[in-house]
Design a protein around this ligand. Structure first.
Ligand code: DGL
Length: 291
């Protein structure tokens, strides 16, 4: 028992839990789009963010590897003291929520797949929803299942768009290259002549942390009549509900500055991460950890 506690597998009961930060992890910098929404929705909370940049991308790895990585990321955050966990990576949310709940019973965990599915179901009028995500997320069918569960009549098409990930990291989020790639991926789902037709989806869920950066290019391809959904806001609302329900909300006051951990080069994390977070990050803001 003590060994498990030492390794961070059991949570000590702490009276000061509301003052602890919320732990957030992603395969890299993409989850900073989720952190940004969390900070906006929960200004009194402190955050500890871990980006597993050494092993990015998760989207091309097997479910077994992604599950193992998610357990290691969580162990690192729990060992540093967090009151709840946000899995800000769609690929990890798709496979690791149950293993995480088994490993840390009592640790509230919110992923991004269900909130994205919920937002998609709320937005659709025709019930025809498209999901774009990494290869792993699409292959495992987690979005398809979550949408079907919430909205059993839904017709769902899903497509992996792996090239969006390096484009976002390169900062090539608009312009001819981003639009050409978006066209290649999305036109089969939204044929130019039929975007308003009965057969085209009316809602597109961005099921990957990197894709909100390309939302402009995506919207230009799918047209203004399609609702483009970013799950970050819905996920932040779900986190707020959990904090309230569990009595874990931070007391009013100034939160601690967000702490950033990365498993690889902090310089790159800070440079690319700034694009995702929407503000400058300094190399000194990022500590390197080994999982
Ligand atoms: N964070 C991942 C996701 O949301 C995208 C990047 C990756 O493949 O690791 O699925």
């Amino acid at each position: 028992m003590d060994k498990l506690r030492e390794e961070g597998y059991l949570l000590p009961m702490r009276n000061d839990a509301p003052r602890l930060p919320i732990g957030v992890f992603d395969s890299g910098v993409g989850g900073l789009t989720v952190l940004r929404a969390l900070r906006r929705r929960l200004p009194a909370e402190s955050f500890l963010y871990l980006g597993d940049t050494a092993r990015l991308p998760y989207g091309t790895k097997s479910p077994q590897s992604v599950e193992r990585y998610a357990l290691q990321c969580t162990r690192q955050l729990v060992a540093r003291g967090v009151k709840m966990l946000v899995v800000a990576c769609n690929t990890a949310s798709a496979v690791a929520l149950e293993p995480l709940a088994r490993a840390w019973p009592g640790l509230p965990v919110v992923g991004v797949v269900r909130p994205g599915a919920r937002a998609g179901c709320a937005a659709t009028r025709s019930g025809h929803i498209a999901v774009i995500a990494t290869e792993g997320t699409v292959r495992g069918g987690a979005y398809q299942r979550a949408i079907q569960e919430l909205c059993p009549q839904a017709r769902i098409v899903a497509r992996a768009c792996p090239l969006f990930v390096p484009l976002a990291e390169e900062g090539w989020t608009s312009g001819p290259v981003a639009e050409a790639v978006a066209r290649e991926y999305l036109e089969p789902l939204f044929p130019p002549g039929d975007r308003r037709g009965a057969d085209a989806p009316d809602t597109l869920v961005l099921g990957c942390t990197h894709f909100p950066l390309l939302a402009g290019a995506v919207a230009r391809v799918v047209g203004p009549e399609v609702a483009v959904i970013d799950s970050a806001q819905t996920a932040a609302a779900e986190v707020a509900d959990v904090l309230e329900r569990e009595g874990l909300g931070a007391p009013q006051g100034t939160p601690e500055p967000t702490r950033f951990l990365a498993t690889d080069d902090p310089e790159r994390f800070a440079r690319v991460g700034g694009l995702f977070l929407g503000r400058t990050l300094a190399r000194e803001d990022v500590a390197v950890v080994d999982l």
